[in-house]
Design a protein around this ligand. Structure first.
Ligand SMILES: Cc1ncc(COP(=O)(O)O)c(C=O)c1O
Length: 442
């Protein structure tokens, strides 16, 4: 099999080889879904599979492609970095990491200082360790239905079953339901999982344990789109300040997709630390941790016993940094967000109209260009609401029928859809036509 030259391959042949050489047959096993599709290319708002089918893409590779796939100016920035010998220095300060850091700090006011990683998971791992070093405490609080990466502390089930989750607990905490084998018991004991939008439970844990940080997505965007109730995020920050914990917003999904200043800017809340990824480099691998100067300076503490390690051969890799700089420069233009909002609103209004016409109980939940159609009466406020009210079976059928007709949402219930700058009014019209046809059949 020669990927470069043989474009006549059939998906079955690729599956046979991927199964032979890749554990589980696909890289990153959260991508193991049905139908299995071999994708060949992606441009703008479209995905193309090996069999020649075109899809309007709302999955966007789990959301980074805010400007669309293969954005010309972003690609050109990365290619320029290669042409101009921006080889990986890994030696000292570089111009582009400095420029990127400045753009980030200017875009998000809570970022007094930043460090750059390759992924969101690395950045959340650093945020936890930094918080522990800063506070001298070890326990952490996470939210049920949140995802913060793959490392031990945060690998609890994102979408456990209702049987696993049990009845609503408030104030109180849920058990750590692991999403992975191999997590030490000692690690699980330090992690307290509470419902989103539940300040009483955060306080319940803080009264009982020495909490280093609360790490939460400001909007739950790994179980659809679950918005914070008014005052919730400020309440999290206030509790952190009262009990001496670090308030960390995981903006890997919300950052830059919501607005240039992140969801925190829209909410008007200034967390102590924030973590970004995904849309910041429009698909190039880059993560960011940043926030209050005194906390971030712990990375460079003069006392070796207090200094927090941050390292990584590829941190602030020039190609990815160039892509992030180009992305952030494009996002400075408010017209870009206005155009994405116009397309998103066209889609949301269309979907709401179609669901209403067909008498389908539904809520199109949204945060800017991130959206999710829940098949239930009211927008959920936490995972418990989703598990008890959403029609999971209908959701999966709906996604599968859309995929068959060329509209790609990942075929897993409650996964966020993403609109990009590349989506055209015609793409949205086509999506709505297909949706209407799908709703006639299911
Ligand atoms: C909110 C959130 N945090 C962290 C991560 C981890 O980022 P990465 O996949 O880049 O490691 C993700 C990835 O989906 C995420 O959605």
């Amino acid at each position: 099999m020669n990927v470069q030259s043989d474009l006549q391959l059939l998906s079955e042949e690729v599956f046979a080889e991927s199964g032979a050489y890749i554990a589980g047959g696909v890289v990153s096993l959260n991508r193991k879904v049905n139908p299995r599709i071999v994708f060949k290319a992606a441009r703008g708002s479209k995905l193309y599979d090996l069999e020649g089918h075109e899809y309007v893409d709302y999955h966007a590779a789990f959301a980074p492609f805010l400007l669309g796939h293969n954005h010309e100016a972003v690609n050109e920035a990365a290619m320029r970095a290669m042409r101009e010998s921006w080889s990986l220095m890994g030696t000292g300060t570089t111009l582009w990491e400095t420029q990127l850091a400045k753009l980030l700090c200017r875009a998000v006011p809570s970022l007094e200082l930043v460090q750059i990683t390759n992924t969101g998971s690395e950045a959340t791992a650093h945020a936890i360790r930094l918080s522990r070093a800063y506070t001298g405490r070890e326990d952490i609080i996470l939210t049920m239905g949140g995802y913060n990466g793959w490392h031990n502390e945060v690998s609890r089930a994102v979408m456990p079953s209702l049987a696993q989750m049990g009845p609503r607990v408030s104030p109180g905490e849920y058990p750590f339901i692991p999403m992975s084998a191999g997590i030490p018991e000692g690690t699980k004991r330090r992690v307290h999982v509470v419902n989103f939008n539940d300040l009483d439970s955060i306080e319940y844990v803080m009264r009982r344990y020495p909490v280093a940080c609360v790490l939460t997505e400001p909007v739950l965007q790994n179980v659809g789109v679950v918005l914070p109730r008014p005052g919730y995020l400020q309440g999290v920050l206030d509790l952190c300040e009262r009990y001496g914990a670090v308030c960390v917003f995981d903006e890997v999904k919300t950052g830059f997709r919501t607005a240039l200043g992140g969801y925190q800017g829209v909410a008007g809340v200034t967390p102590h630390l924030s973590v970004f990824g995904k849309a910041v480099a429009n698909g190039f691998p880059l993560g960011v941790i940043g926030g209050r100067r005194d906390i971030m300076n712990q990375f460079d503490h003069p006392d070796p016993a207090k200094k927090v390690l941050i390292a990584g051969t590829y941190n602030a890799h020039p190609f990815n940094s160039a892509a992030a700089i180009a992305t952030l420069e494009i996002l400075q233009d408010p017209g870009v967000y206005a155009q994405i909002a116009a397309r998103s609103n066209q889609l949301y209004a269309g979907l709401e109209g179609l669901f209403a016409q067909k008498g389908i109980e539904s809520v199109v939940a949204r945060n800017a260009s991130a959206f999710c159609a829940y098949f239930c009466r009211e927008a959920p406020a936490d995972l418990h609401d989703i598990l008890t009210t959403h029609d999971f079976e209908f959701d999966v059928k709906y996604r599968l029928e859309l995929i068959k007709r060329g509209i790609y949402h990942i075929p897993l219930p409650c996964k966020q859809g993403s609109v990009s700058l590349a989506h055209t009014a015609e793409d949205i019209d086509r999506t709505l036509e297909v949706t209407e046809a799908v709703l006639r059949t299911i």
